[in-house]
Write a protein of this length. Structure first.
Length: 229
């Protein structure tokens, strides 16, 4: 009992000494010995509950195949911001412009992703020819909207990207009977399947069949492989 009382008195005395020290508010006096220095080897262990430590695995690494592509960093960043597969964006750019940032079409489509000025204007891009960054920003945002409009049906998304969403809607959610569009969709899909990351074992994806209007499907073998661009 006596020992306990002595210990409490000593503790109170130590507290009064600290309170009387001349340190300003927010300051802590330097420790007298390095033996008392706080050394935190893992600062994330001191985070408050509910605050997650940064996970270096959260940002996936760019696949080696895509890292070798032109405009690799630009496409990767734009695709990540719009929740698109970068391999799909690369496939579209390849078929649309062959990575030519100065490409122009007779219909007025511009740049890497062949974006029309009126389409780019929807996303606050006044001039899709201003830079590759502006062009890919507008193109990927448009592609993201098409993904939502057509519930991720990639054949319809690509048909709408080429012919316009109104054309796909007008033909009853099927690929319009335009020769260019019917060549465009399988061309992009072929490149996408070539470049996309393989599915995990046991989770191989079966591509959905492409739906054409009855009697409008082109014979791609008869047309050859170099009929688009």
């Amino acid at each position: 009992m006596q020992n306990s009382l002595v210990a409490r008195l000593l503790a109170l005395a130590a507290m009064s000494v600290v309170a009387a020290s001349p340190c300003a508010a927010g300051e802590v006096s330097a420790p007298a010995s390095a033996a008392y220095r706080l050394n935190v080897a893992a600062p994330h262990a001191l985070r408050l509950f509910g605050e997650a430590a940064p996970d270096p695995r959260a940002e996936p690494a760019m696949p080696a195949l895509l890292a070798k592509m032109p405009y690799a960093a630009l496409v990767w960043g734009a695709a990540r911001q719009t929740a698109l597969d970068p391999a799909l964006v690369h496939a579209i750019i390849f078929v649309e412009s062959r990575y030519d940032a100065a490409a122009r079409s007779p219909k007025g489509a511009i740049g890497l992703m062949q974006v029309l000025r009126e389409t780019a204007a929807r996303y606050g891009v006044a001039d899709p020819a201003r830079s590759p960054e502006a062009n890919v920003t507008a193109g990927t945002r448009y592609l993201q909207d098409l993904m939502q409009l057509f519930d991720g049906r990639l054949d319809l998304v690509l048909a709408a990207y080429n012919a316009g969403e109104n054309a796909v809607l007008r033909y009853g959610h099927r690929i319009p009977p335009y020769r260019e569009t019917q060549l465009y969709v399988p061309a992009v899909l072929a490149k996408y399947r070539e470049w996309q990351e393989p599915a995990p074992p046991g989770k191989a994806l079966t591509p959905a069949p492409i739906e054409y209007l009855p009697g409008t499907r082109l014979d791609l073998k008869a047309l050859g492989t170099n009929t688009l661009h």
